[in-house]
Design a binder for this molecule. Structure first.
Ligand code: FUL
Length: 703
């Protein structure tokens, strides 16, 4: 089948409804009384998805009990034993954050099933939970119905437990499981197909690396058929090629702009996933998946994001026309921890307060042109009617709001009627101050929703949306003006390779107070003035405080271990030894394992080590050639001469779970502490068979 045929299969069901010459022609729009669709438009299920905007991911499985992010597949089912599982508490937690649906990991990569599948013994049915009579998927589906949330499921295609993985029999198993999940648990709004495939696994005892072709192996056409037949309203998520695409990172950030349209004529890349394709013929909007804690699964030593941080996430996802899939992770009780629930509630309270009053209501609205009463300028004040400019009125079109009284706002909400396609490219927002128009914001792309957050509130009686360029005359569903409560973000805390700690104030005129003794910082704590040294580690707790009003941020806590300040590189086959400890980009040799020997300057009792994957700053060429290491082997020595086993078995070895998609620091804890002053690290190969290994820093865990 050609690539084009495959795409048509994926999208039969209406995702390219308007992809016809008539719909593309501006003349067609002229002839009709209202604007016709322009370019790609969403299928009904995609439109319903856009309206959902924010919903919860719930990652829960045996990993919760083994402290891992990816299980190997050989874990005993007896480990799955939540002591106080409550589907109601989990769903209520999501609801407390204003999340509209829950997508549960029915099966993660380790293959353990949270429902009693007929097709495997690696499930909840053989676990101690409710003596094998439990069904987490069923309980969650019922709780969602009780609390008015929609429900969706994640079913990992990669299965590290199944003996037949990589062969045709597994694909049949996978389809059978999908059939079970899409028929037994009521309506689903989304089915999530994770693109991760690390290769290695238990595979029924084979313990080997199995490679598949992710495009063909799972028979996606069959997968789509099952979901469309059993759950016609559900969208399917995948890296690309389905109804909803991955945004290309797990940090919660959509591109600016983030077009909901896509093509298959240009090659796939994470940057393309992040930005979408302007004018692409296929409607394939981005979903931003990100976790409230660093990991997807619960880990005792991680803390949730603060409400201010969640608010930022929301502006850079939903505020850019994407949807936010925020992960919350039940702990070993099977409940969302109190501090996560508190953060979710506080986040919702800020949004509720900020968006309670639309300061645009009551405005007199005028525009450069309109298409008659049904598309009058004032329609942009409601969320259900639209203002449409005449078809010849593209660049230079404008909409002006004269407010009944001066309003002070710091958020501008814009939305296009996406059933008429993506029309606006560049635009500015102006306000009138003492008779003159001043530009306060300029962006590209509106889409389903664009939230513009200003650095400072502005006060005015007149606001203007000015279209700078548009491929079709604008059809605007809404212009709203809002004032957020004063929410201070917590200070940033960073330590460099020399052990120097810098605290960053979140805004101008905001002071930072901090402690180093583990006590909560207050207005009376030390005032941050200049960087300070913390080479041997310690805990920094900091708070931001607006001295004029006394408004404070959440308290942020960061614990540092020993810094690399006194370490030296004894040897490496990496590119520049000096870069290794500097926390920048450290690049390995071509097609070879990367080897490093470090002198830590003194003997330590090591509990593990950390490795930081590289962030954004790789060129396109580098991204093609380089990837983070897939796994590690580590040896320790007291003197750098005598290695415990003379390069025999390493003291520890394993994989870096999920390192290809997630850029957060990898924390590897050894099973038991090991002593040594010299450390030898061997990184056998990069992820996805890339020839060169790259990463951005090493650390040790001594506490
Ligand atoms: C990734 C997976 O490998 C992670 O474990 C997690 O499930 C995340 C949502 O997707 O690709």
């Amino acid at each position: 089948m050609t690539a084009i045929d495959r795409r048509q299969l994926f999208f039969s069901g209406g995702a390219t409804l308007a992809f016809s010459p008539i719909a593309f022609s501006p003349l067609a729009a002229h002839a009709a009384s209202g604007p016709g669709p322009y370019g790609a438009t969403p299928a009904p299920r995609q439109l319903a998805w856009h309206k959902r905007q924010t919903y919860a991911f719930v990652h829960f499985t045996i990993n919760t009990f083994t402290d891992r992010e990816w299980g190997y597949g050989d874990e005993s089912v007896s480990l799955f034993n939540p002591t106080d599982f409550s589907a109601d508490q989990i769903v209520e937690s999501a609801k407390a954050g204003g999340l509209k649906a829950v997508i549960l990991t029915a099966k993660h990569h380790d293959g353990f099933c949270l429902w009693p599948s007929r097709y495997t013994e690696h499930s909840v049915k053989y676990s101690p939970y409710k003596d094998g009579k439990g069904d987490i998927v069923g309980e969650m589906a019922a709780a969602c119905r009780r609390h008015g949330l929609e429900f969706g499921l994640y079913l990992s295609p990669w299965d590290r437990n199944h003996a037949e993985y990589g062969r045709p029999a597994y694909v049949e198993y996978y389809h059978n499981q999908l059939e079970e999940l899409t028929t037994q648990y009521g309506p689903l709004v989304e089915v999530w197909f994770d693109g991760a495939n690390g290769g290695d696994g238990y595979y029924g005892g084979a313990r080997e690396r199995r490679k598949i072709d992710g495009h063909t192996y799972y028979q996606w056409d069959k997968v789509r058929e099952i979901v469309r037949k059993n759950q016609p309203k559900a969208v399917m998520f995948a890296d690309s090629d389905m109804d909803v695409r991955w945004v290309g990172n797990e940090e919660g950030i959509a591109g600016d702009p983030c077009w909901p349209t896509w093509d298959y004529t240009t090659p796939y890349s994470l940057e393309k996933a992040n930005a979408g394709v302007r004018g692409g013929p296929i409607w394939n909007p981005a979903e931003v998946d990100v976790s409230i804690r660093p990991g997807w699964f619960w880990h005792a030593d991680e803390a949730p994001r603060t409400p201010a941080n969640l608010l930022n996430l929301w502006f850079v996802s939903v505020g850019r026309g994407a949807n936010l899939l925020l992960n919350i992770a039940p702990d070993r009780r099977g409940r969302i921890p109190d501090e996560d629930v508190a953060a979710l509630k506080a986040w919702k309270a800020i949004r509720d307060q900020g968006f309670a009053t639309n300061l645009a209501s009551g405005a007199t609205v005028t525009a450069s042109s309109d298409r008659g009463r049904a598309y009058a300028p004032k329609n942009a004040l409601s969320q259900t009617t639209t203002w449409a400019a005449r078809s010849s009125n593209r660049a230079g079109a404008w909409l002006q709001l004269d407010l009944p009284k001066p309003a002070t706002f710091d958020v501008i909400r814009l939305s296009e009627d996406i059933t008429k396609g993506v029309r606006v490219d560049d635009y500015a927002v102006d306000i009138r101050v003492s008779g003159d128009w001043t530009e306060i914001a300029r962006h590209t792309a509106i889409g389903f929703e664009r939230l513009i957050r200003l650095d400072q509130p502005v006060t005015t009686k007149a606001v203007r949306l000015r279209i700078i360029s548009a491929t079709a005359a604008p059809v605007i569903r809404n212009v709203g003006l809002f004032r957020l409560p004063d929410v201070l973000e917590e200070p940033g805390i960073r330590r460099d390779e020399k052990g120097l700690v810098t605290l960053r104030s979140p805004a101008e005129g905001v002071e930072v107070r901090y402690t180093l003794d583990g006590s909560e910082p207050s207005a009376a704590s030390a005032l941050y003035a200049a960087p300070f040294t913390l080479s041997d580690g310690g805990t920094v707790m900091a708070v931001a405080r607006r001295a004029t009003t006394g408004v404070v941020s959440a308290i942020v806590t960061q614990t540092f271990d020993v810094s690399p300040a006194r370490w030296t590189v004894v040897s490496t086959n990496g590119e520049k030894a000096a870069d290794l400890l500097a926390g920048g980009k450290f690049v390995g040799p071509n097609n070879q394992p990367l080897e490093i020997v470090l002198d830590l300057a003194q003997n330590y009792n090591l509990n593990g080590f950390t490795l930081k994957p590289i962030g954004q700053n790789l060129s396109v060429d580098e991204i093609t050639r380089m990837g983070p290491p897939a796994g590690y082997e580590i040896w320790l020595s007291a003197d750098g001469q005598n290695w415990a086993k003379e390069w025999g078995a390493p003291v520890a070895s394993g994989e870096f779970s999920n390192i290809a998609a997630s850029r957060s620091e990898q924390k590897i804890r050894f099973d038991a502490p090991h002593e040594g002053r010299f450390l030898r690290l061997r990184l056998p190969h990069a992820v996805q068979d890339k020839p060169v290994i790259v990463f951005a820093g090493l650390g040790i865990i001594t506490r």
